[in-house]
Design a protein around this ligand. Structure first.
Ligand SMILES: [Zn+2]
Length: 378
């Protein structure tokens, strides 16, 4: 673990101590169905009731070894399935499992490239994946607004549902002014908060697969070190933007944690969620801010319509101020699988470079990726 950088070291200490609490895994499936079934989730619940009766049994692999590709009998513990809502969380599982990926665990994200989690609704196939999961990792803090009820039912059915947002320290949770105390769910934008999520995921994996716990601890510790480096890099790159230009205007309020951590004023056309037109702020008021502060660029997002941001550009033009679209930021989704932007670190790197360049700051050649690759040289 590297020791410089502004991030707290507390997580690393906790990691090394590595106290693993046991958790209750095996609840009778029937208990889930005793709850009140309402409205739109009824069909999905009926479906997973059928699947659960078919799969019939506890989700603890050590008690009930069954092969992921079929019955493996006494050939040892089967590969356990992790299902995540966002691709960010699936990336975390891949990084922490490392060489035990496909041995201890596999992972699948329900939300792919360009998918908006605020409006995401489960398909029957998604629900089936969730019912078969040994571990369900969720961002929480109401990011997955349309899934809350089904996730609660799954938890009541004995599925291990972990909402990472609930594992943050209270001071890590950001509740912006005017949100009525509602927490901002976009905590991955702060690498120090993401580090806390990494530690929580490591603990979950180690509990479910004690054979791999040594690997998971080492990998999580390495990744948390990498997050320290990212935190230091982000502070450096964003501070290269002239102070009066440190204004980040986007489609919706996904960058509050970034703004709090690195001193950017962050304004979204929509509020914390994208699911309601009622959250749309006064375009004229934002245009006023852009014109007055001579903001050089605004940003669209890969998972949200660009309509409102384009209205800002037009509004500013009508007032005689040219504001560019500085790029498409990865707000709530990662880039394409298999690309650098399809990883958490790559997504952050891309966003930092795009923001800094468009607002007049400087970005080191090769960005964060070059430094990351250099640290990997033997
Ligand atoms: Zn969002």
């Amino acid at each position: 673990m590297r020791t410089h950088g502004p991030m707290r070291q507390q997580d690393a200490g906790v990691l090394v101590r590595g106290a693993m609490a046991a958790h209750p895994l095996a609840h009778p499936a029937a208990r889930a169905l005793a709850g009140v079934v309402t409205g739109a989730v009824a069909a999905a619940l009926a479906l997973f009731a059928v699947i659960m009766l078919a799969s019939c049994g506890p989700s603890d692999a050590r008690q009930s070894p069954r092969g992921a590709q079929g019955d493996r009998g006494d050939q040892g513990p089967r590969v356990q399935r992790v299902v995540t809502t966002t691709a960010h969380l699936a990336d975390l599982v891949r990084v922490i499992t490392g060489r035990r990926y496909g041995v201890g665990f596999t992972v699948e994200a329900l939300m792919g490239e360009g998918v908006d989690p605020h409006t995401f609704k489960l398909t029957q196939s998604d629900t089936a994946k969730l019912t078969r999961a040994d571990l369900i990792l969720v961002n929480g803090l109401h990011l997955e607004g349309k899934m809350d009820e089904v996730l609660e039912q799954l938890a009541r059915a004995g599925r291990r549902v972990v909402r990472l947002g609930e594992r943050l320290r209270p001071e890590q949770v950001f509740s912006p002014e005017g949100a009525g105390g509602e927490p901002d769910p976009h905590f991955w934008m702060d690498p120090t908060a993401w580090s806390t999520a990494a530690l929580a995921v490591e603990r979950e994996l180690s509990t479910l697969d004690p054979d791999g716990s040594q690997d998971y601890r080492v990998n999580a510790k390495d990744f948390m070190g990498e997050l320290l480096e990212l935190d230091r890099y982000a502070a450096e790159v964003l501070s290269s933007i002239e102070e009066s230009r440190r204004v980040l205007i986007t489609s919706h309020d996904a960058f509050g944690y970034l703004g709090r951590r690195y001193g950017l004023r962050v304004l979204g056309v929509q509020g914390l969620s994208t699911d309601s037109e009622a959250g749309v702020r006064d375009i004229a008021r934002l245009v006023e801010t852009i014109v007055t502060a001579r903001v050089p660029a605004v940003f669209v997002e890969t998972s949200v319509s660009d309509k409102a941001v384009r209205a800002l550009v037009e509004g500013a033009r009508a007032r005689g101020h040219t504001v560019e679209i500085g790029g498409a930021l990865f707000s709530d989704a990662l880039g394409a699988p298999g690309t650098w932007e399809g990883t958490y670190l790559g997504m952050m790197d891309y966003n930092l470079s795009t923001i800094a360049r468009a607002l007049g700051g400087t970005v080191p050649e090769g960005g964060y990726r070059r430094l990351w690759l250099e640290r990997r040289k033997p």
